[in-house]
Design a protein around this ligand. Structure first.
Ligand SMILES: [Zn+2]
Length: 419
């Protein structure tokens, strides 16, 4: 094949359009590398990348981008990229259609990494594609920045607020999600009042006024932030089933651990290996598990009493009439507070203290399943990322996976639309 035809084929393969074309393809068997040399024709005239004004050329610089592999060969695009001298913006490198400004990768290569990031962790991808950890994390970070800039800013009417720990367990981030759209809308460092206030400030006073429900844990700094920034906060704050289940579940577990220690000291192994029974949602137990659990849950053990109180609270959701809900919760509270089980009494007092928010939740059909789903997806992001190195990467990963963002490079849409 004549040299010119080969160059034209390569131009087509990588989706180049005039005025850019392939001048030469260099094959290095030694380095297992294909190097595609690209040049720009003289027409159309050069333009400033900032203001799009036609400008005089200044000089050219050689730039390199990693592209999709060719067969088993790593493939590098090498271009002589003109720089212009704009009256307003000074010396600037002209835009290239195969890559976003500042990237060392072509848009198609970044898109490949983005697709991989949806399924595998940074470390695995960096090994498979021969990139550094920082390069993969950089592609993820830029994808998130693009996505956040493009995001539809329509303010939510119902949000869920969660804290989640990472790495050393006492490092936290605050995650805000839009309950209706089921996407994460904000991630902040820490779990302080300021962390959540940052979200409300971003949202602005008008959109804060438009919030109808705010589902959260009974966590004082979040409550304080919401009271500070959202009008009529107390009517809107909702302590949802998911979070109350978590507190009661922890209380049952504390009762079990303590009682188990006491029993063992008296030579009884009755509670040994039973942890799972007490913590699992009964709806998710198999028939045989439920039968195996029967002698324990019907016993006079303290943990059986704690468990019954927890499960009773779980049945108090879905009464739409507030009067009914209030009466039932009052009965539940009286039972819990007389239980002589310190961890259960603690949660009961917490519920009493935030009575309005609990009743708001119990009667308002806030979709607990969705809050729970977001939470388990955050846990998945955490597990998959094995070592985020820092909070910024963790935050990016949450946005990347859970915000429904449009992540691909701009250049992908322009240059390769025909491919
Ligand atoms: Zn300019």
């Amino acid at each position: 094949m004549p040299e010119q035809t080969i160059a034209a084929h390569w131009s087509q393969l990588i989706g180049l359009q005039r005025p850019w074309e392939v001048r030469e393809v260099e094959l290095s068997h030694e380095d297992q590398e294909v190097r595609i040399h690209v040049v720009r024709g003289l027409r159309p005239r050069l333009r400033c990348p900032e203001c799009d004004r036609v400008c005089g050329g200044y000089d050219t610089r050689e730039r390199r981008w990693r592209h999709l592999d060719t067969m088993q060969y790593r493939t590098i695009l090498i271009a002589q990229v003109p720089r212009v001298k704009c009256e307003e913006h000074g010396v600037r490198q002209v835009a290239v259609p195969w890559s976003d400004p500042g990237s060392r990768f072509t848009a198609l290569f970044e898109a490949l990494v983005i697709d991989w990031l949806r399924e595998a962790n940074v470390l695995a991808i960096s090994r498979r594609l021969g990139l550094s950890w920082a390069q993969v994390a950089g592609i993820q970070r830029r994808a998130v920045e693009r996505g956040l800039a493009r995001r539809d800013k329509q303010p939510p009417t119902a949000i869920g607020v969660d804290e989640t720990s990472f790495q050393k367990r006492h490092e936290y981030v605050t995650v805000v999600h839009d309950i209706e759209r089921e996407v994460v809308v904000y991630v902040a460092d820490g779990r302080t009042q300021e962390a959540l206030e940052g979200y409300y400030e971003d949202l602005g006073p008008q959109a804060c006024g438009g919030l109808e429900r705010i589902a959260m844990d009974m966590w004082a700094p979040y409550i304080a932030a919401t009271r500070e920034k959202v009008p009529n906060a107390d009517e809107k704050i909702v302590f949802d089933k998911f979070h109350i289940a978590k507190h009661l579940g922890d209380a049952v577990d504390q009762v079990r651990r303590r009682e188990n220690r006491e029993l063992i000291s008296r030579g009884s192994n009755r509670l040994k290996g039973s942890k799972y029974f007490w913590l699992q949602n009964p709806d998710q137990m198999s028939g045989s598990q439920w039968r195996e659990f029967a002698p324990l849950r019907d016993s006079r053990l303290q943990v059986a009493r704690a468990w019954a109180i927890k499960e009773a609270a779980m049945l108090l959701w879905g009464y739409v009439r507030r009067g009914w809900a209030e009466r039932l919760w009052s009965q539940w509270y009286a039972w819990a507070i007389r239980s002589r089980l310190a961890p259960i009494k603690r949660v009961a007092r917490m519920i009493k203290k935030h009575w309005e928010g609990v009743l708001n939740a119990a009667t308002s059909r806030v979709t607990n399943a969705r809050a729970e789903a977001i939470n388990s997806r955050i846990q998945w992001v955490k597990r998959m990322a094995c070592g985020f190195r820092n909070r910024v990467n963790f935050r990016n990963a949450i946005y990347f996976h859970l915000s429904g963002l449009d992540l691909y490079p701009d250049a992908l849409k322009t240059a390769h639309s025909k491919v």
